[in-house]
Design a protein around this ligand. Structure first.
Ligand code: FES
Length: 107
């Protein structure tokens, strides 16, 4: 399956990834700048903050209110928006084939 990472520079990175992988792992494996995954996907660092493209947010879903993900996002360096997610908490299922995400500026 394919994922498109949009960078603040307007450049795009097209990643071919395995189903069941996390969006953070996919980004790190493809050297997407600005996605570091420092905690290894434990939802404890917020260095995997992404914005989900508006056409995809319904399929991906938003961070659950009151969840660890939501509180970690509050500490993320870039602006948190309604379509913000921690990439390590998004598992790539077949219905997300073609997903478009944006990397926040200044991460
Ligand atoms: Fe640390 Fe996602 S990798 S919160």
């Amino acid at each position: 399956m394919r994922i498109v990472f949009g960078l603040p520079s307007q450049e795009q990175i097209f990643a071919t990834v395995a189903e069941g992988e996390s969006l953070m792992r996919a980004a790190v494996e493809h050297d997407v700048p600005g996605i570091y995954g420092d905690c290894g996907g434990q939802c404890a660092c917020a260095t995997c903050h992404v914005y989900i493209d508006s056409d995809w947010i319904e399929r991906v879903g938003t961070a659950e209110p009151g969840s660890t993900e939501e509180s970690m996002l509050e500490g993320a360096p870039a602006d948190v928006q309604p379509n913000s997610r921690l990439a390590c908490q998004v598992i790539l299922t077949p219905e997300l084939d073609g997903l478009v995400v944006l990397v926040p500026e200044g991460q």
